[in-house]
Design a protein around this ligand. Structure first.
Ligand code: DGY
Length: 349
C-alpha cells in the first residue's frame, strides 16, 4: 500500500533505532525513510527542514513536537510516534486539532524503571555514590572501617526497626512495580498521592495490601505523604500539573532520615529546594534519574554539589532488552497508524 499517486509515505526517524529494529521500517517498500544520521539528539534545524510532507515521524523525548513542527509537517502528517512512555514533549492539543495519532511505549519499560528506582533508593540511603566516588579517586585508604562510618538508613526492616513506610507520588504501573520489588525488604505500609480528582481505588488498594501482606495501602494528601514516608518515590507524569510538586514546603515536612527518588521527570522536583533540604538535613538523601534542565547538569549544579545526592543521567529504561522493546513498539505504532491496524499503544487525545 502506498499513497494514491503511487509514491511512498515519507517517514522521518529522529534517531537510528539500531540493527534489530530499523529493518522493520527499512523493509517496508511503502516508506521513504529519512533518518537523522548522527549519534546525538536530532538537530532541530534538520528536523524542521526534513519534516515537510512527512506522513509519520518517530521522535525521542528530546524532540519537541509543537505547533512549529506540526505546521512545518503540513497536512500530510498522520502520526507522531514517540519512543518513550512520557509524552510531555508533544503538544497533545495541537495533535488533536490536526486529528493526528500519537503513539507511545508504556508497559515495556515498567520493570527496568522500577529496578532502577530501587537501585537509587539503596544508593542514596547507603552512601553508594559517595563510597564509589572515593574508591575511584583512590581515597579508600583514608577511611579504615569504622563502627559508624558510611552509615545510612536501612531500606529493609530490622527487629529493632520493624516499620517501613514507602510513599509514592503517582501510583501507576511503574510505582506499583516498584512496590512489588520492595515487598521482600519487609516494608509495612504503602502511601500514595495521585491526581486529586481521581478518588482512591479502595478495592485495588485492599487487594494490594492483602497480596503483599502490608498493614495498609492508602491514598493520602501530600502533607501526610511527606510526613510519613521513609522513602518517597516520585513516579508521576511531568507537565504543568506536577511542576515542582516536590518543593520547599513539602521537603520541610519530611523525616530527617528519609530518601527521595525521582525517576519520572526533572520538572517535578524544585532542584534548589532539594539541594537546600539536603544541605540543611531536612532529608537524608536523594537518588535522581532525572533533573530539571537535563542534560545541562554540570559540576556546579546545586544538586551535583550535594554529596548525598546520587544522580544518574536519565537511564532508568536503559537496558538492552527494554530499549529494543521500546524502539520496536515505536516502529509498530507508526506502521499501524500509516498502513492500518491497531496501534500497540496509542495516546488518548
Ligand atoms: C520515558 O520513556 O519517558 C522514560 O523517561 C525514558 O527513560
Amino acid at each position: 500500500m502506498s499513497q494514491s499517486d503511487g509514491s511512498p509515505y515519507k517517514v522521518v526517524v529522529c534517531r537510528n533505532l539500531g540493527p534489530d529494529v530499523m529493518p522493520l521500517l527499512e523493509n517496508r517498500h511503502e516508506f521513504e525513510l529519512v533518518v537523522w544520521p548522527e549519534d546525538r539528539a536530532c538537530d532541530r534545524t534538520w528536523l524542521l527542514e526534513n519534516i515537510p510532507g512527512a506522513t509519520g515521524v518517530i521522535v525521542m523525548l528530546t524532540d519537541k513536537v509543537n505547533t512549529e513542527l506540526l505546521d512545518k509537517a503540513g497536512p500530510s502528517l498522520r502520526v507522531v510516534s514517540t519512543m518513550s512512555v512520557g509524552y510531555e514533549h508533544i503538544d497533545l492539543k495541537a495533535a488533536a486539532q490536526r486529528a493526528l495519532k500519537v503513539g507511545y511505549t508504556p508497559d515495556v519499560l515498567t520493570d527496568a524503571v522500577a529496578d532502577l528506582s530501587v537501585m537509587l533508593a539503596l544508593m542514596a540511603g547507603r552512601n553508594g555514590g559517595i563510597g564509589a566516588a572515593l574508591v575511584q579517586k583512590g581515597e579508600w585508604s583514608n577511611f579504615s572501617w569504622a563502627p559508624f562510618g558510611f552509615c545510612g538508613p536501612q531500606l529493609s526492616t530490622t527487629a529493632t526497626s520493624p516499620t517501613r513506610k514507602i510513599g509514592f507520588l503517582g501510583f501507576g504501573r511503574i510505582a506499583q512495580a516498584t512496590l512489588a520489588r520492595l515487598v521482600p525488604f519487609g516494608i509495612t505500609h504503602c502511601l500514595y498521592s495521585s491526581s486529586p480528582s481521581s478518588p482512591p481505588n479502595l478495592q485495588r488498594d485492599a487487594e494490594l495490601a492483602k497480596k503483599y501482606n502490608l498493614k495498609a495501602v492508602t491514598k493520602v494528601d501530600l502533607d501526610e505523604l511527606a510526613r510519613e514516608s521513609d522513602v518517597l518515590f516520585v513516579l508521576a507524569p511531568g507537565g504543568p500539573g506536577t511542576y515542582h510538586v516536590v518543593n520547599d514546603d513539602l521537603l520541610r515536612k519530611m523525616k530527617k532520615t528519609s530518601i527521595i527518588v525521582n525517576a519520572s521527570r526533572g520538572t517535578l522536583v524544585d532542584s534548589d529546594a532539594l539541594a537546600k533540604a539536603l544541605k540543611e538535613g531536612w532529608v537524608w538523601g536523594a537518588g535522581l534519574d532525572v533533573v530539571e534542565g537535563e542534560p545541562n547538569v554540570t559540576r556546579d549544579h546545586p544538586l551535583v554539589k550535594e554529596p548525598r545526592c546520587v544522580i544518574v543521567p536519565h537511564i532508568a529504561s536503559a537496558t538492552l532488552e527494554t530499549r529494543k522493546d521500546m524502539a520496536t513498539r515505536a516502529a509498530h505504532n507508526l506502521i499501524a497508524a500509516i498502513l492500518g491496524g491497531d496501534m500497540p499503544a496509542e495516546v488518548d487525545l
